[in-house]
Design a protein around this ligand. Sequence first.
Ligand code: FRU
Length: 582
Amino acid sequence: MENIEYHRLAASEDDGSVPKETKISPWIGRKSKWKKCFRKISYYRRSKLNSFMTLLCVVTFCCCCLVALVLAIVFSGKSKSATYDETPWFRPQYHYTPKKNWMNDPNGLIYHNGEYELYFQYNPYGSHWGHMSWGHAKSKDMVHWEQQPVALMEADGVMIFSGSAVVDTNNTSGFGNKTHPPLVALYTGFVESDKIQDQRVAYSNDNGMSWINYENNPVLDRHSENFRDPKVFWHPPTKSWCMLAVLAQKHTILFYTSVNLIDWTLASEFIPSPSTGVSIEGNWECPDLFPLKVIGAANQIKWILKVDTSGNRTEMSRTGAQYFIGEFNGTHFVAGGKSQWLDSGMDFYASNTWNNRYSHDGRMIIIGWACNWYYSENIPTSPFRGMMSIPRVLSLLPYGDGLRLAQQPIQELQSLRGDPITFAPNPVVTAEGYAVQFNTNHVRSLEIFLNVTVLSRDELKEFGLKLMKGPSQELVIGWRSDDQSFFINRTASGIVDMAPHFPVVNCTQVPLNQDGRMWAQIFLDWCSVEVFVNGGVVTFTDLFFPDTNQDIMEFYWTGAKDAITYDLGGYEMTSIWKKAKN
Ligand code: FRU
């Protein structure tokens, strides 16, 4: 009997995952301190032993809990996000995706108490658009995200459409106090019964975790459809809050001002002249307005007004963000030239900037929904549908005859750089030119550098990078010499039948610099590619859905061997998600 008690006690030290007798045997016959200790215990009367064992179990359990708690506190914030291995194939490894369900626009982007808040258009009930609510994720570095409970839930027949949030530092709204300033969100309420879109307020006094709807909502109601997507920010010179919202089908941006985020006064309307070249196809959505210093011009500040155009969803027309560079005085925006496109790919939409422009590190950071309304409902991912782009730092610089926005990936992404990648040293001769290859060996999250100097344009037809190349598929990113255009060709990139216009070639003019040099930083992440050309003065964001056996990455050029010199490199990118245990 004593021996039995001894065995049980020993077994309780283990995890109980194998039969107790098997686990115990190594202890028998060993003259360890433990054994002596257990022998002593065996002299106890049975009842005493039972209570001792109970006590020991309780103490052991408490110690384990304490250790687990301490480890959780120590590693919180450093640890990777939740395990996201349920859809091993198309799940991006370093772009934000919700664990499951539908996601579109980024909303309510604020930096507060050392954390970046990312709210987003979210369907808590499924992987198609509907029941729109604000999902929520938090991050300390905009790279590792932790999904949070839904922040603002559709209720009483009102969906929560896109909008923005601010830290009301001086408590102008009265929803908090100056020691604990409230976070205030302005969003569009979509009233399902009559399709009215109005602007509503919600506030949070617990760091954006829970939100309370203002009791007298809506705060702005034109009794109109298609009035949406309020962007709010503080304008120090006029000491007031500014809001811009779109009349989506009138291609008009309305400017409002307020002193308390509740009472809003219409200040002006912006309707650009057709001579700006602006696109008025489809809806205008998700406006944004922010100041930037002009690089190289001492103290010159310009304001950028950005608005997305959804294009005509039944035919092929351009979608994405277009922007104006101009002046803003707190009430009126005046455009200073032609409109320009922010991204030249198919999948950068509803982008918005973090509202920490005067408080944090001075960077203007933008993030977009990496998708396109043409085919967003048919994207072959599961159980999630929708991903964010890489967060990008914006700058404004002289370009050609005017100014141009440049976008660069946030430097925090460098923390994910893993093993370097090395292409074969010598090119092989192909049917039309030359190529060097790299076998990605199933690694589909890469950062790639491409640095090319064109020595003879006349002797060069094209150069480029083929990604996820296999027997019959490839995505081609390249530059053509004859019309000096940079392009992405996803016509044969894998699953392309989501919509008639998914298999396309996008291109835009990128003239050679005087020194003939052209460079690109390329981010591949399972089902997306983001390309930053010549320091980000041109970017492409495109989704693609290749088969599993596409492991070749190839740099190629057609024309004379000596038409170019090149330098290739990059890194494998480590995943931001924890690996699931097998
Ligand atoms: C842009 C958009 C917004 C709207 C939201 C609805 O993608 O259409 O205009 O507020 O999505 O989900």
